[in-house]
Design a protein around this ligand. Structure first.
Ligand code: HEC
Ligand code: HEC
Length: 353
């Protein structure tokens, strides 16, 4: 099925609605459907029916994503913790939220977030729209509404006083900025952060371009996918299986972060975290959900050791890695493959109104 047909299906009900009568709010801006970036050869991104993609909405969401005025302390934007130079993470072991609040997990990359059905290391959020509201009012952006700090509603009141924003919200949503409208616009923008055949040599290779990887990188891919079977978890075009696994990180802490078990309330999920995507991995250290490993080589050695021993370790999926017994040359090839997962793109920071 062609990617183009999807936005059209989503736009149809709105068109019909709009023809119905004159008493409605001004209708959202109508645009010809356009092709959004996609992971070639992979399933289509599931776009919520109530938040169709439009160019104007994505452009608005991008501005909001880069705007520090959204945060409780006025000096953190979403982008501020998901930076290009750090592979769309923040370069810290654990993130530092608004008001310099020390958070307890590392910032994950934003590549392909639109393809996940659960978000965060423990998958506690099930939609980008909800995730934005969580990050905004929570520790990351700190718009708590407590102790004189603005809430998302207060911040929306400020946005509505900025003509350039007020006009865009009116055009896109047929109304003023509200926390939901902000979340919808940012979610739509995040759905465009995608690895494509243009920006990712791995995606090009997966889609048949044999020249996209050199011989060493191709050999690294064979080791990754067939010998060490990293693909038991880092699978498919996402390099992630959308599942949660215990590989033993942080389990030796005094009171370990139990990860997925807190959400699922299933003891077997103790210490399990969402398989991270490995795009831009050379830049996104420190590694793992707690940032406990400084270099990529150490992180890979840890996986090749079969993870870290603990009661809930996913030994089944890690056994091929543990038994791979790679030579120095094979290990170098595996590292070369991981380096080839760098994404090649330029960031164009939006002009803010
Ligand atoms: C202070 C740094 C910081 C800021 C600011 C921040 N984030 Fe994050 N982000 C994180 C951390 C840390 C996590 C992981 C939290 C967890 O898993 O518990 C995360 C996770 C995410 C995820 C989930 C990714 C995945 O693969 O599951 C998304 C999406 C995201 N952030 C988007 C945003 C948006 C949108 C904003 C602005 C509203 C934002 N972030 C602001 C640090 C930050
Ligand atoms: C059992 C499933 C599984 C297998 C097999 C596996 N991984 Fe992972 N990998 C994970 C999970 C889950 C994490 C995150 C763990 C955490 O932070 O607690 C992870 C984290 C990583 C990280 C750090 C990513 C980041 O963003 O911090 C790298 C690098 C990595 N794996 C590489 C590999 C390589 C190379 C192999 C094969 C030798 C491999 N993995 C095999 C599940 C797996």
């Amino acid at each position: 099925m062609s990617r183009l047909s999807v936005p059209m299906i989503l736009v149809m009900p709105l068109l019909l609605l709009h023809c119905g009568g004159g008493s409605m709010e001004e209708a959202p801006e109508m645009e010809a459907p356009m092709a959004w970036p996609e992971i070639a050869g992979y399933e289509l991104m599931a776009i919520p029916e109530d938040n169709p993609m439009t160019e104007a909405k994505v452009a608005l969401g991008k501005q909001l994503y880069y705007d520090q005025r959204l945060s409780g302390d006025g000096n953190r934007s979403c982008y501020g913790c998901h930076l290009k130079e750090h592979g769309l993470t923040d370069g810290r072991a654990m993130a530092l939220g608004a008001f310099d609040k020390q958070l307890t997990r590392a910032a994950p990359t934003m590549w392909n977030v639109g393809y996940y059905d659960t978000l965060y290391w423990d998958g506690r959020s099930t939609a980008l729209e909800k995730q934005v509201l969580g990050a905004w009012g929570g520790g990351n952006m700190g718009a708590s509404g407590a102790d004189g700090v603005p809430s998302p509603d207060d911040i929306c009141a400020t946005l509505n006083e900025i003509p350039g924003y007020a006009e865009q919200f009116q055009a896109v949503f047929g109304g003023p900025a509200t926390p939901d409208h902000v979340a919808y616009a940012i979610a739509a923008f995040m759905r465009t952060i995608v690895t494509t055949t243009e920006n990712s040599r791995f995606i090009a290779f997966q889609n048949g371009d044999e020249t996209a990887l050199n011989d060493q990188e191709k050999n690294g891919w064979m080791i990754f996918s067939e010998k060490a079977k990293c693909t038991n978890c880092h699978d498919g075009r996402l390099l992630a299986d959308k599942q949660f696994h215990n590989v033993g990180i942080g389990m030796d802490a005094e009171s370990p972060d139990i990860g997925r078990a807190k959400v699922s309330e299933n003891e077997e999920d103790t210490g399990a975290f969402k398989t991270p995507s490995l795009f831009d991995i050379s830049k996104s250290g420190p590694y793992f959900h707690d940032g406990s490993v400084e270099t990529l080589e150490e992180a890979v050695d840890l996986m090749l050791a079969g993870g870290k021993e603990n009661e809930w370790l996913d030994e089944t999926n890690l056994s091929d890695a543990k038994n791979a017994d790679l030579s120095d040359e094979e290990k170098a090839d595996l590292m070369a493959f991981l380096m080839a997962l760098d994404v090649d793109y330029t960031i164009e920071e939006p002009m803010l109104p």
